[in-house]
Design a protein around this ligand. Structure first.
Ligand code: FE2
Ligand code: FE2
Length: 474
């Protein structure tokens, strides 16, 4: 299962056996590199970065470390090995052999799913492209770049599927993936959260904790797909996604650690005092968390969705850990609890489970998120600080689904417009918060040094010391 790096496009899919496909992808490659030069990490082309590159897809081979100039990173096409005699695990085709080619009637839906997933990958690179200028350490800068090159590779993964299985429409979609731009008025990225700005490192760590975790759950659902090449592609992407979430979780833990240290040193929890001492107060972190959590849970889509039902019944998108669930995997009779508004209250009602699959995936995601927030709270506990981060109510600040535009407080109360106006300053980041966090940002480029507002990590990358030169500016 070694990856062939002697080719223009490294791959383990036997690309050289399919000349037409190889030519088409080799034509797309320079367009990708142009996009990277325009929209990839700002000013980074000459840097030598201590990066991890996959040399094979088995556990021993996918983490090879060495210095790479990012434009020379070997973006390639890697699928997990095929399982022999894999069967579809859910929906109307349950028990039938997984498809190696796309059934014609599911082509449009599969294309839409692959394009939507693919669009998020370059979007996040665009959102993060200025962050390298203000990295709090070389260690953090390297982690940012590692994530960026891997999101680039995730785009390659989806573009391979488009070119290989979707003919001319697929090739056109692959072009369009390089044309949309995060936040662009005329040609934005497809999903809302991927058009938001990621202006500072607090936002970046929350984005990789929350929004890359959405990626994990979408990829897990696609890893169940009856379309086997999609399942194998997304399984390999998941190995990379774990590192992205680690960067987010540990980044926030280190910010909390530094704030707690300064709170203890100066015996204060006063936000203004803490800001004068150069750290981020815990209530501000809570407001940033509320924002990132609410825009990310919107990504799972409407609570009730006939598309979600179709995707499941036709075998193209499963549930999180489908094979571990003990129901009939068809769900025609099953129900699932969803929230809705009744009068002035939010109530729970049972809906057809097939239509509520977005909500189910959102709930699985929320459970995983809560575990991570619990680990953050241990930082305060260990420092003897009486403060707990929480996630807001599922209906808070939603733009999609039955709560779109409804004014709901973080504790789940439906509130009046006046109460929202009065509360929002303590619920979502204020202009002052954003300006303060922005004022802390400035590049720390000396090996082993860290910005004042963030604690060093407990250990370096790949057992290297903390003062290792993770990025050489050249
Ligand atoms: Fe990704
Ligand atoms: Fe990611």
């Amino acid at each position: 299962m070694n990856i062939d790096y002697s080719q223009k496009i490294p791959n383990n899919v036997g690309l050289s056996d399919d000349r037409t496909l190889q030519r088409a992808l080799e034509h797309w490659q320079p367009e990708f590199l142009n996009w990277w030069a325009d929209m990839g990490p700002d000013g980074s082309a000459a840097f030598d970065v201590y990066l991890r590159t996959a040399v094979s897809v088995d556990p021993a081979g996918w983490a090879n470390f060495g210095y790479v100039k990012m434009p020379d990173y070997r973006w390639g096409i890697f699928l997990n090995p095929a399982e022999s005699d894999r069967r579809i695990g859910f929906g109307d085709h349950k028990g039938e052999p997984a498809w190696q080619e796309i059934p014609g009637e599911y082509r449009a839906n599969l294309r839409r799913i692959v394009v939507t997933q693919g669009d998020t990958e370059p979007a996040s690179v665009e959102q993060q492209r200025h962050l390298g200028l203000t990295a709090p350490s070389l260690y953090d800068l390297r982690n940012l770049f590692q994530i960026n090159v891997e999101e680039g590779r995730h785009l390659w993964a989806m573009v391979y599927l488009l070119h290989r299985y979707f003919g001319r429409d697929g090739r056109e979609e692959a072009e369009a993936l390089l044309e949309r731009r995060s936040g662009d008025q005329d040609n934005p990225r497809i999903l809302g959260a991927f058009n938001e700005r990621t202006p500072d490192w607090l936002s970046f760590f929350l984005f990789t904790f929350f929004t890359d975790r959405d990626g994990k759950f979408q990829l897990c659902a696609l890893a169940e797909s009856g379309f086997d090449p999609l399942a194998r592609t997304t399984r390999f992407m998941l190995t990379e996604e774990a590192h992205h979430m680690f960067v987010g979780e540990s980044g926030i833990a280190r910010i909390l650690q530094r704030t707690c240290e300064v709170m203890n040193q100066h015996k204060t929890d006063d936000p203004a005092t803490l800001r004068s001492l150069g750290v981020i107060d815990l209530p501000a972190i809570q407001r940033y968390l509320n924002f990132h959590y609410s825009v990310t849970i919107d990504l799972f889509g409407a609570d009730l969705s006939s598309n979600a039902a179709t995707f499941y019944s036709t075998g193209i998108k499963g549930r999180f850990e489908e094979s571990k669930l003990t129901d009939d995997h068809v769900l025609k009779e099953a129900t699932y609890p969803v929230l809705e508004i009744s009068g002035s209250e939010i109530v729970t009602r049972e809906a057809p489970a097939l239509n509520a699959l977005n909500e189910k995936l959102r709930d699985d995601y929320i459970r995983d998120t809560l575990a991570g927030v619990g680990r953050w709270n241990k930082v305060m506990q260990k420092n003897g600080i009486d403060f707990q981060l929480t996630v807001p109510h599922k209906a808070f600040n939603r733009q999609i689904g039955s709560f779109a535009g409804v004014k709901v407080a973080p504790d789940g109360r439906i509130v009046s417009a006046a109460d929202w106006e009065a509360g929002v300053r303590s619920w979502l980041p204020t202009e002052e918060d954003k300006a303060y966090v922005q004022s802390l940002m400035g590049r720390v480029a000396e090996p082993g040094k860290f910005a004042h507002w963030i604690a060093p990590p407990p250990m370096g990358i790949n057992k290297q010391p903390l003062d290792f030169e993770y990025v050489r500016f050249g």
